[in-house]
Design a protein around this ligand. Structure first.
Ligand code: NAD
Ligand code: TYD
Length: 350
Protein backbone atom coordinates (compact mmCIF):
# COMPACT_ATOMS: atom_id res chain seq x y z
CA UNK A 1 0.00 0.00 0.00
CA UNK A 2 1.33 3.41 -0.99
CA UNK A 3 -0.35 5.32 1.84
CA UNK A 4 -2.26 4.56 5.02
CA UNK A 5 -4.81 7.31 5.57
CA UNK A 6 -6.97 7.92 8.62
CA UNK A 7 -10.26 9.60 7.69
CA UNK A 8 -12.20 10.72 10.77
CA UNK A 9 -15.97 11.20 10.61
CA UNK A 10 -16.18 9.03 7.50
CA UNK A 11 -19.66 7.75 8.35
CA UNK A 12 -21.11 11.27 8.25
CA UNK A 13 -22.39 13.27 5.31
CA UNK A 14 -19.24 14.68 3.69
CA UNK A 15 -16.99 11.99 5.16
CA UNK A 16 -18.92 9.18 3.47
CA UNK A 17 -18.59 10.84 0.07
CA UNK A 18 -14.87 11.34 0.67
CA UNK A 19 -14.34 7.74 1.83
CA UNK A 20 -16.17 6.44 -1.26
CA UNK A 21 -14.06 8.61 -3.56
CA UNK A 22 -10.74 7.66 -1.94
CA UNK A 23 -11.45 3.93 -1.65
CA UNK A 24 -12.55 3.67 -5.30
CA UNK A 25 -10.02 6.06 -6.83
CA UNK A 26 -6.95 4.83 -4.96
CA UNK A 27 -6.95 1.02 -4.62
CA UNK A 28 -3.33 1.24 -3.50
CA UNK A 29 -4.19 3.43 -0.50
CA UNK A 30 -5.35 1.87 2.74
CA UNK A 31 -8.30 3.90 4.06
CA UNK A 32 -9.21 3.64 7.73
CA UNK A 33 -12.51 5.30 8.55
CA UNK A 34 -12.77 6.20 12.25
CA UNK A 35 -16.17 7.27 13.49
CA UNK A 36 -17.99 7.31 16.82
CA UNK A 37 -21.33 6.79 15.04
CA UNK A 38 -23.16 9.58 16.81
CA UNK A 39 -26.71 10.37 15.67
CA UNK A 40 -25.07 11.86 12.52
CA UNK A 41 -22.90 8.86 11.66
CA UNK A 42 -24.43 6.01 9.69
CA UNK A 43 -22.69 3.00 8.15
CA UNK A 44 -25.60 2.67 5.72
CA UNK A 45 -23.94 5.60 3.93
CA UNK A 46 -21.04 3.31 2.97
CA UNK A 47 -22.74 0.01 2.06
CA UNK A 48 -21.18 0.05 -1.42
CA UNK A 49 -17.57 0.18 -0.19
CA UNK A 50 -17.69 -1.75 3.09
CA UNK A 51 -16.26 -4.96 1.60
CA UNK A 52 -13.43 -3.38 -0.38
CA UNK A 53 -9.96 -4.75 0.45
CA UNK A 54 -8.45 -1.30 1.01
CA UNK A 55 -11.16 -0.18 3.47
CA UNK A 56 -11.42 -0.65 7.25
CA UNK A 57 -13.94 0.81 9.67
CA UNK A 58 -13.07 1.50 13.31
CA UNK A 59 -15.70 2.65 15.81
CA UNK A 60 -13.99 5.02 18.24
CA UNK A 61 -14.20 8.46 19.83
CA UNK A 62 -11.57 11.04 18.83
CA UNK A 63 -11.61 12.48 22.35
CA UNK A 64 -10.29 9.16 23.76
CA UNK A 65 -6.53 9.88 23.87
CA UNK A 66 -5.50 6.36 24.81
CA UNK A 67 -7.54 4.78 22.02
CA UNK A 68 -6.21 7.27 19.46
CA UNK A 69 -2.59 6.65 20.51
CA UNK A 70 -3.11 2.89 20.20
CA UNK A 71 -4.71 3.25 16.79
CA UNK A 72 -1.83 5.36 15.48
CA UNK A 73 0.65 2.79 16.80
CA UNK A 74 -1.25 -0.07 15.22
CA UNK A 75 -1.79 1.41 11.76
CA UNK A 76 1.14 3.86 11.51
CA UNK A 77 -0.96 6.33 9.49
CA UNK A 78 1.05 8.59 7.23
CA UNK A 79 -1.86 10.99 6.76
CA UNK A 80 -4.97 12.16 8.56
CA UNK A 81 -7.97 13.78 6.90
CA UNK A 82 -9.98 15.07 9.83
CA UNK A 83 -13.71 15.60 9.39
CA UNK A 84 -15.18 14.20 12.62
CA UNK A 85 -17.12 16.95 14.33
CA UNK A 86 -20.36 18.03 15.85
CA UNK A 87 -21.63 19.96 12.85
CA UNK A 88 -25.05 21.50 13.42
CA UNK A 89 -25.28 25.17 14.49
CA UNK A 90 -28.70 24.79 16.15
CA UNK A 91 -27.47 21.91 18.32
CA UNK A 92 -24.41 23.99 19.27
CA UNK A 93 -26.75 26.68 20.57
CA UNK A 94 -28.67 24.27 22.79
CA UNK A 95 -25.67 22.12 23.81
CA UNK A 96 -22.28 23.81 23.28
CA UNK A 97 -20.23 21.44 25.45
CA UNK A 98 -20.21 18.48 23.05
CA UNK A 99 -18.87 20.87 20.39
CA UNK A 100 -16.01 21.91 22.66
CA UNK A 101 -15.23 18.29 23.48
CA UNK A 102 -15.32 16.81 19.98
CA UNK A 103 -14.29 19.76 17.82
CA UNK A 104 -11.59 21.27 20.03
CA UNK A 105 -10.40 18.57 22.43
CA UNK A 106 -10.84 15.80 19.84
CA UNK A 107 -8.72 17.69 17.31
CA UNK A 108 -5.91 18.21 19.84
CA UNK A 109 -6.04 14.53 20.81
CA UNK A 110 -5.52 13.61 17.14
CA UNK A 111 -2.75 16.19 16.70
CA UNK A 112 -0.98 14.75 19.75
CA UNK A 113 -1.35 11.17 18.56
CA UNK A 114 0.09 12.17 15.17
CA UNK A 115 2.94 14.08 16.79
CA UNK A 116 3.81 11.25 19.18
CA UNK A 117 3.78 8.73 16.35
CA UNK A 118 5.56 10.76 13.66
CA UNK A 119 8.18 12.04 16.15
CA UNK A 120 9.41 14.86 13.94
CA UNK A 121 9.89 12.60 10.92
CA UNK A 122 7.56 14.63 8.74
CA UNK A 123 8.57 13.17 5.36
CA UNK A 124 5.43 11.98 3.54
CA UNK A 125 3.20 12.96 6.47
CA UNK A 126 0.17 15.25 6.40
CA UNK A 127 -2.56 16.36 8.83
CA UNK A 128 -5.50 17.79 6.88
CA UNK A 129 -8.13 19.75 8.79
CA UNK A 130 -11.48 20.01 7.01
CA UNK A 131 -13.14 23.21 8.17
CA UNK A 132 -15.93 25.61 7.38
CA UNK A 133 -16.42 29.14 6.04
CA UNK A 134 -18.42 29.89 9.20
CA UNK A 135 -15.15 30.64 11.05
CA UNK A 136 -15.02 33.93 9.13
CA UNK A 137 -18.24 35.18 10.70
CA UNK A 138 -20.79 37.05 8.65
CA UNK A 139 -20.79 39.24 5.53
CA UNK A 140 -22.99 42.21 4.63
CA UNK A 141 -24.67 42.51 1.24
CA UNK A 142 -21.35 42.51 -0.60
CA UNK A 143 -17.84 41.04 -0.31
CA UNK A 144 -16.46 37.52 -0.15
CA UNK A 145 -14.45 35.48 2.36
CA UNK A 146 -10.84 35.06 1.22
CA UNK A 147 -8.10 33.06 2.92
CA UNK A 148 -6.93 36.37 4.48
CA UNK A 149 -10.28 37.23 6.08
CA UNK A 150 -9.90 37.40 9.86
CA UNK A 151 -11.66 34.77 11.92
CA UNK A 152 -14.78 36.14 13.61
CA UNK A 153 -16.93 33.16 14.62
CA UNK A 154 -20.31 33.84 16.18
CA UNK A 155 -21.92 30.50 17.05
CA UNK A 156 -20.58 27.87 19.45
CA UNK A 157 -20.18 25.61 16.37
CA UNK A 158 -18.13 28.09 14.36
CA UNK A 159 -16.16 29.16 17.46
CA UNK A 160 -15.22 25.53 18.12
CA UNK A 161 -14.16 25.00 14.49
CA UNK A 162 -12.17 28.27 14.54
CA UNK A 163 -10.46 27.17 17.72
CA UNK A 164 -9.49 23.82 16.22
CA UNK A 165 -8.19 25.51 13.04
CA UNK A 166 -5.98 27.74 15.23
CA UNK A 167 -4.66 24.69 17.06
CA UNK A 168 -3.86 22.89 13.80
CA UNK A 169 -1.93 25.98 12.63
CA UNK A 170 -0.19 26.16 16.00
CA UNK A 171 1.14 22.61 15.51
CA UNK A 172 2.54 23.70 12.13
CA UNK A 173 4.31 26.77 13.53
CA UNK A 174 5.38 25.27 16.85
CA UNK A 175 6.35 21.72 15.93
CA UNK A 176 6.66 21.91 12.14
CA UNK A 177 3.86 19.38 11.61
CA UNK A 178 2.87 19.33 7.91
CA UNK A 179 -0.70 20.54 7.94
CA UNK A 180 -3.19 21.89 5.47
CA UNK A 181 -6.64 23.41 6.08
CA UNK A 182 -9.63 23.98 3.83
CA UNK A 183 -12.66 26.11 4.66
CA UNK A 184 -15.75 25.20 2.71
CA UNK A 185 -19.20 26.69 2.23
CA UNK A 186 -22.55 24.90 2.78
CA UNK A 187 -22.67 21.43 1.23
CA UNK A 188 -25.75 19.65 -0.06
CA UNK A 189 -26.53 16.30 -1.63
CA UNK A 190 -27.30 12.65 -0.72
CA UNK A 191 -26.81 11.32 2.85
CA UNK A 192 -27.11 14.69 4.62
CA UNK A 193 -28.82 14.36 8.00
CA UNK A 194 -32.30 15.97 7.87
CA UNK A 195 -31.56 18.54 10.56
CA UNK A 196 -29.85 20.69 7.88
CA UNK A 197 -31.94 22.96 5.66
CA UNK A 198 -32.39 21.02 2.41
CA UNK A 199 -32.99 17.45 3.62
CA UNK A 200 -35.22 18.78 6.43
CA UNK A 201 -37.36 20.64 3.88
CA UNK A 202 -37.44 17.63 1.52
CA UNK A 203 -38.58 15.36 4.33
CA UNK A 204 -41.25 17.82 5.46
CA UNK A 205 -42.54 18.32 1.91
CA UNK A 206 -42.90 14.54 1.57
CA UNK A 207 -44.99 14.47 4.72
CA UNK A 208 -46.92 17.67 3.93
CA UNK A 209 -45.50 19.26 7.09
CA UNK A 210 -44.81 22.98 7.44
CA UNK A 211 -41.46 24.28 6.14
CA UNK A 212 -39.87 26.34 8.94
CA UNK A 213 -37.92 29.26 7.44
CA UNK A 214 -35.99 31.18 10.10
CA UNK A 215 -36.51 34.95 10.46
CA UNK A 216 -37.17 36.85 7.22
CA UNK A 217 -35.69 34.06 5.05
CA UNK A 218 -33.22 36.47 3.47
CA UNK A 219 -30.13 34.86 4.99
CA UNK A 220 -27.69 33.89 2.25
CA UNK A 221 -25.54 30.80 1.85
CA UNK A 222 -23.11 29.66 -0.89
CA UNK A 223 -24.13 26.08 -1.78
CA UNK A 224 -21.74 23.39 -2.99
CA UNK A 225 -22.59 19.92 -4.33
CA UNK A 226 -21.02 17.52 -1.81
CA UNK A 227 -19.16 15.41 -4.39
CA UNK A 228 -17.49 18.58 -5.66
CA UNK A 229 -16.28 19.16 -2.10
CA UNK A 230 -14.92 15.61 -1.89
CA UNK A 231 -13.02 16.19 -5.14
CA UNK A 232 -11.61 19.45 -3.76
CA UNK A 233 -10.45 17.66 -0.60
CA UNK A 234 -8.72 15.01 -2.74
CA UNK A 235 -6.95 17.79 -4.64
CA UNK A 236 -5.91 19.79 -1.57
CA UNK A 237 -4.73 16.59 0.10
CA UNK A 238 -2.48 15.68 -2.83
CA UNK A 239 -1.43 19.05 -4.18
CA UNK A 240 -1.92 21.63 -1.40
CA UNK A 241 1.11 23.31 0.16
CA UNK A 242 2.00 22.62 3.77
CA UNK A 243 0.83 25.36 6.14
CA UNK A 244 -1.63 26.75 3.58
CA UNK A 245 -5.36 27.36 3.72
CA UNK A 246 -7.71 26.88 0.76
CA UNK A 247 -11.23 28.27 0.56
CA UNK A 248 -13.72 26.02 -1.23
CA UNK A 249 -17.07 27.35 -2.43
CA UNK A 250 -19.80 26.83 -4.97
CA UNK A 251 -19.89 30.35 -6.40
CA UNK A 252 -23.56 29.78 -5.91
CA UNK A 253 -25.32 32.16 -3.51
CA UNK A 254 -28.97 31.76 -2.61
CA UNK A 255 -31.19 33.51 -0.14
CA UNK A 256 -32.82 30.76 1.95
CA UNK A 257 -36.33 31.67 0.83
CA UNK A 258 -35.36 31.55 -2.87
CA UNK A 259 -33.68 28.18 -2.39
CA UNK A 260 -36.70 26.78 -0.57
CA UNK A 261 -39.00 28.08 -3.33
CA UNK A 262 -36.83 26.41 -5.97
CA UNK A 263 -36.82 23.17 -3.97
CA UNK A 264 -40.63 23.29 -3.58
CA UNK A 265 -41.02 23.57 -7.36
CA UNK A 266 -38.64 20.65 -7.96
CA UNK A 267 -40.51 18.53 -5.40
CA UNK A 268 -43.93 19.40 -6.87
CA UNK A 269 -42.69 18.22 -10.24
CA UNK A 270 -41.19 14.99 -8.87
CA UNK A 271 -44.19 14.19 -6.66
CA UNK A 272 -46.68 15.04 -9.40
CA UNK A 273 -48.23 17.78 -7.27
CA UNK A 274 -49.84 20.90 -8.62
CA UNK A 275 -47.26 23.67 -9.17
CA UNK A 276 -47.13 25.89 -6.10
CA UNK A 277 -48.57 23.26 -3.72
CA UNK A 278 -45.42 22.82 -1.62
CA UNK A 279 -44.78 26.57 -1.35
CA UNK A 280 -48.04 26.75 0.63
CA UNK A 281 -46.26 24.83 3.41
CA UNK A 282 -43.69 27.58 4.05
CA UNK A 283 -43.95 29.14 7.51
CA UNK A 284 -41.67 31.87 8.83
CA UNK A 285 -40.57 30.91 12.34
CA UNK A 286 -38.55 32.35 15.22
CA UNK A 287 -35.02 33.25 14.10
CA UNK A 288 -31.86 31.41 15.12
CA UNK A 289 -30.00 33.43 17.80
CA UNK A 290 -26.87 35.11 16.41
CA UNK A 291 -27.86 34.03 12.88
CA UNK A 292 -25.06 34.91 10.41
CA UNK A 293 -26.58 36.99 7.60
CA UNK A 294 -24.47 35.97 4.65
CA UNK A 295 -21.64 33.59 3.76
CA UNK A 296 -19.90 33.67 0.38
CA UNK A 297 -16.55 32.25 -0.65
CA UNK A 298 -13.88 33.59 -2.95
CA UNK A 299 -12.47 30.32 -4.34
CA UNK A 300 -9.91 31.95 -6.65
CA UNK A 301 -6.88 30.51 -4.85
CA UNK A 302 -7.86 26.85 -5.20
CA UNK A 303 -8.86 27.45 -8.83
CA UNK A 304 -5.62 29.22 -9.78
CA UNK A 305 -3.20 27.14 -7.74
CA UNK A 306 -4.76 23.67 -7.84
CA UNK A 307 -7.16 23.83 -10.78
CA UNK A 308 -10.31 22.95 -8.82
CA UNK A 309 -13.73 24.29 -9.78
CA UNK A 310 -17.25 23.09 -8.91
CA UNK A 311 -18.78 20.92 -11.65
CA UNK A 312 -22.44 20.68 -10.65
CA UNK A 313 -24.65 23.77 -10.79
CA UNK A 314 -27.43 24.33 -8.26
CA UNK A 315 -30.41 23.69 -10.53
CA UNK A 316 -29.09 20.24 -11.46
CA UNK A 317 -27.80 19.55 -7.94
CA UNK A 318 -31.19 20.31 -6.39
CA UNK A 319 -32.96 17.91 -8.73
CA UNK A 320 -30.39 15.19 -8.06
CA UNK A 321 -30.70 15.77 -4.30
CA UNK A 322 -34.49 15.69 -4.23
CA UNK A 323 -34.55 12.55 -6.41
CA UNK A 324 -32.03 10.80 -4.17
CA UNK A 325 -34.11 11.37 -1.02
CA UNK A 326 -37.29 10.26 -2.77
CA UNK A 327 -35.58 7.10 -4.00
CA UNK A 328 -34.09 6.42 -0.55
CA UNK A 329 -37.06 6.84 1.75
CA UNK A 330 -35.90 3.84 3.84
CA UNK A 331 -32.71 5.74 4.68
CA UNK A 332 -34.75 8.83 5.53
CA UNK A 333 -37.25 6.89 7.63
CA UNK A 334 -34.43 5.17 9.55
CA UNK A 335 -32.64 8.36 10.50
CA UNK A 336 -35.81 10.27 11.38
CA UNK A 337 -37.28 7.66 13.69
CA UNK A 338 -36.50 7.67 17.42
CA UNK A 339 -34.35 10.51 18.76
CA UNK A 340 -34.96 12.75 15.73
CA UNK A 341 -38.61 13.17 16.68
CA UNK A 342 -37.66 14.56 20.09
CA UNK A 343 -35.01 16.85 18.55
CA UNK A 344 -37.54 18.19 16.07
CA UNK A 345 -40.13 18.86 18.76
CA UNK A 346 -37.66 20.79 20.92
CA UNK A 347 -35.99 22.72 18.08
CA UNK A 348 -39.19 23.82 16.37
CA UNK A 349 -41.37 24.42 19.44
CA UNK A 350 -42.65 27.96 18.94
P1 NAD B 1 -21.81 15.20 9.95
O1 NAD B 1 -22.40 15.70 11.22
O2 NAD B 1 -22.71 14.66 8.89
O3 NAD B 1 -20.74 14.06 10.26
C1 NAD B 1 -19.86 14.12 11.35
C2 NAD B 1 -19.34 12.72 11.62
O4 NAD B 1 -18.42 12.79 12.73
C3 NAD B 1 -20.44 11.72 12.02
O5 NAD B 1 -20.28 10.53 11.29
C4 NAD B 1 -20.20 11.50 13.51
O6 NAD B 1 -20.57 10.18 13.95
C5 NAD B 1 -18.71 11.72 13.62
N1 NAD B 1 -18.31 12.13 14.99
C6 NAD B 1 -18.88 13.09 15.76
N2 NAD B 1 -18.25 13.15 16.96
C7 NAD B 1 -17.26 12.23 16.92
C8 NAD B 1 -16.26 11.82 17.85
N3 NAD B 1 -16.17 12.38 19.07
N4 NAD B 1 -15.39 10.85 17.49
C9 NAD B 1 -15.48 10.26 16.26
N5 NAD B 1 -16.40 10.59 15.35
C10 NAD B 1 -17.28 11.57 15.67
O7 NAD B 1 -20.92 16.41 9.40
P2 NAD B 1 -20.58 16.83 7.90
O8 NAD B 1 -21.59 17.78 7.44
O9 NAD B 1 -20.26 15.62 7.12
O10 NAD B 1 -19.24 17.66 8.17
C11 NAD B 1 -17.98 17.02 8.19
C12 NAD B 1 -16.90 18.05 8.45
O11 NAD B 1 -16.94 19.05 7.45
C13 NAD B 1 -17.05 18.78 9.79
O12 NAD B 1 -15.77 18.94 10.34
C14 NAD B 1 -17.67 20.11 9.40
O13 NAD B 1 -17.28 21.11 10.31
C15 NAD B 1 -17.08 20.34 8.03
N6 NAD B 1 -17.89 21.14 7.10
C16 NAD B 1 -19.21 20.83 6.89
C17 NAD B 1 -19.93 21.59 5.97
C18 NAD B 1 -21.38 21.28 5.64
O14 NAD B 1 -22.02 22.03 4.90
N7 NAD B 1 -21.94 20.19 6.13
C19 NAD B 1 -19.33 22.66 5.31
C20 NAD B 1 -17.97 22.93 5.56
C21 NAD B 1 -17.27 22.16 6.46
P1 TYD C 1 -28.09 24.90 8.00
O1 TYD C 1 -28.42 23.85 6.99
O2 TYD C 1 -28.36 24.62 9.44
O3 TYD C 1 -26.58 25.32 7.73
P2 TYD C 1 -25.70 26.54 8.38
O4 TYD C 1 -26.40 27.08 9.57
O5 TYD C 1 -24.45 25.82 8.76
O6 TYD C 1 -25.53 27.53 7.27
O7 TYD C 1 -28.90 26.23 7.62
C1 TYD C 1 -28.77 26.85 6.36
C2 TYD C 1 -29.58 28.13 6.40
O8 TYD C 1 -30.98 27.80 6.50
C3 TYD C 1 -29.29 29.00 7.62
O9 TYD C 1 -29.37 30.37 7.24
C4 TYD C 1 -30.39 28.67 8.59
C5 TYD C 1 -31.56 28.35 7.69
N1 TYD C 1 -32.53 27.35 8.20
C6 TYD C 1 -33.90 27.64 8.21
O10 TYD C 1 -34.33 28.73 7.79
N2 TYD C 1 -34.75 26.70 8.69
C7 TYD C 1 -34.33 25.50 9.16
O11 TYD C 1 -35.18 24.68 9.62
C8 TYD C 1 -32.93 25.19 9.13
C9 TYD C 1 -32.40 23.88 9.64
C10 TYD C 1 -32.07 26.15 8.64
Amino acid sequence: MKKTILITGGAGFIGSHLVRLMVNKYPDYRIINLDKLTYAGNLENLKDVENKDNYTFVKADITDAEAMQKLFQEYQFDSVIHLAAESHVDRSISNPMSFIETNIVGTVVLLNAARNTWKGNWEGKRFYQVSTDEVYGTLGETGLFTEETSYDPRSPYSASKASSDHLVRAYYHTYGMPIVISNCSNNYGPYQFPEKLLPLMINNIRHNKTLPVYGDGKYTRDWLWVEDHAKAIDMVFHKGENGETYNIGGNNEWKNIDLVHQLCDVMDELLGREKGASRQLITFVKDRPGHDRRYAIDATKIKNELGWEPEIQAEEGLIRTAKWYLENTDWLENVTSGAYQQYYKEQYAS
